[in-house]
Design a protein around this ligand. Structure first.
Ligand code: ZN
Length: 341
């Protein structure tokens, strides 16, 4: 049946009608709010490129967590800025690590808030990479071709990194983290973490794997927030090439085989097709991370009055939901929850 019998505008006449036939709905219950915990007391250090986002000392993180929970957002994901960085990421797995401290404090004050723990090493390594770095012997050709001062000959060591990641996961769980979320993109990390958690008696701690995490320019502002910029090289030898949809499916499939309970695609908006493909293909709960650059672009344009911030914020979240993500990690979690509440 075509026009004039069919008129799609009939169902768009009022907000009541539009709401009745709306296919995608957002609720605060699907949001996860990222938080950056730093040493000190009473610290709320604004992240310049992410308006409204701060580095928070543990006491301030507790207050923020309580506010997040009161808005109906069920979960936060914690990132840490340690006092000291080193070559073995001690801050990631130490019992008194900054995220471990925050997890204990938040669990005491806001016990029902679900705590996700990002498991990675970049924030805790002096070189800012997500794994152990080893220098590799230069080939004769490279030695001739490379400028003497350039650090080009290094390798992020996969298998040795797994042990530190697993140790971090156990330490975080012990501190009260409810969901372990590895973001490092080493091969085999989900299996290594599952094995370590089980061996430590944490058989019921779920793993949300950053399964398809792309090497992306959209992470720029996060590196300021988490102080995790690589001191040399980049992350392309472990994070995925954003051009590859089929490889993203393989990454997800392998993480599921290794024991992931939930999977994630990151970033979100430039990779909505990856989210949609994953939704069709896999039956696990699917998360997407609306990353710092996505957030910063919207905030920056809104500050120039080039866009309507709230409207674009909700539209961006809706697009992620419509693509198929049931869980959305977003810096907009609090403000979107206020609008939805
Ligand atoms: Zn990392």
């Amino acid at each position: 049946m075509a026009f004039p019998i069919t008129r799609l505008r009939r169902l768009r006449q009022s907000e009541q009608l539009r709401s009745l036939v709306r296919e995608t709905r957002l609720t605060p219950s699907s949001f996860v709010y990222p938080m950056f915990v730093c040493p000190g007391e009473g610290v709320r250090k604004p992240v310049g490129s992410m308006p409204g986002v701060c580095n928070l000392s543990v006491d301030e993180a507790v207050k923020e967590a309580a506010q997040v929970y009161s808005l109906g957002v069920p979960s936060v994901i914690l990132f840490g800025l340690p006092e000291k960085k080193d070559e073995v990421a001690t801050g990631a797995w130490a019992d008194d690590g900054i995220v471990q401290q925050a997890a204990r404090a938040i669990k005491r004050e806001v016990p029902k808030l679900l705590l996700m723990g990002d498991v990675c090493l970049c924030e805790y390594m002096s070189h800012g990479h997500c794994g152990i770095v080893r220098a590799v012997p230069q080939s004769l050709g490279a030695a001739v071709a490379a400028p003497p001062a350039a650090i080009t000959d290094f390798e992020i060591v996969n298998d040795a990194t797994l042990e530190i990641l697993a140790r971090s996961a156990v330490s975080l769980t012990r501190a009260g983290i409810d969901i372990i979320a590895p973001s490092d993109m080493m091969d085999g990390r989900v299996a290594a973490i599952r094995k370590a958690l089980d061996a430590a008696g944490f058989i019921n701690t779920p793993i949300l794997s950053y399964a398809a995490k792309m090497a992306s320019g959209f992470y720029g502002p996060f590196r300021e927030a988490a102080d995790s910029t690589p001191q040399f090289g980049d992350r392309r030898s472990y994070q995925m090439d954003g051009a590859n949809l089929r490889e993203a499916m393989r990454e997800i499939e392998l993480d599921i085989e290794e024991g992931a309970d939930m999977i994630m695609v990151k970033p979100a908006m430039p990779y909505l097709d990856v989210i949609a493909a994953a939704r069709l293909r896999f039956d696990l709960p699917l998360a997407a991370y609306q990353v710092s650059g996505e957030f910063a672009m919207i905030e920056a344009a809104a500050r120039n009055n080039w866009i309507d911030r709230d409207r674009v914020m909700m539209e961006s979240l809706q697009s992620i939901r419509r693509a198929g993500a049931s869980i959305i990690l977003t810096y907009f979690a609090k403000d979107a929850a206020k609008l939805l509440g």
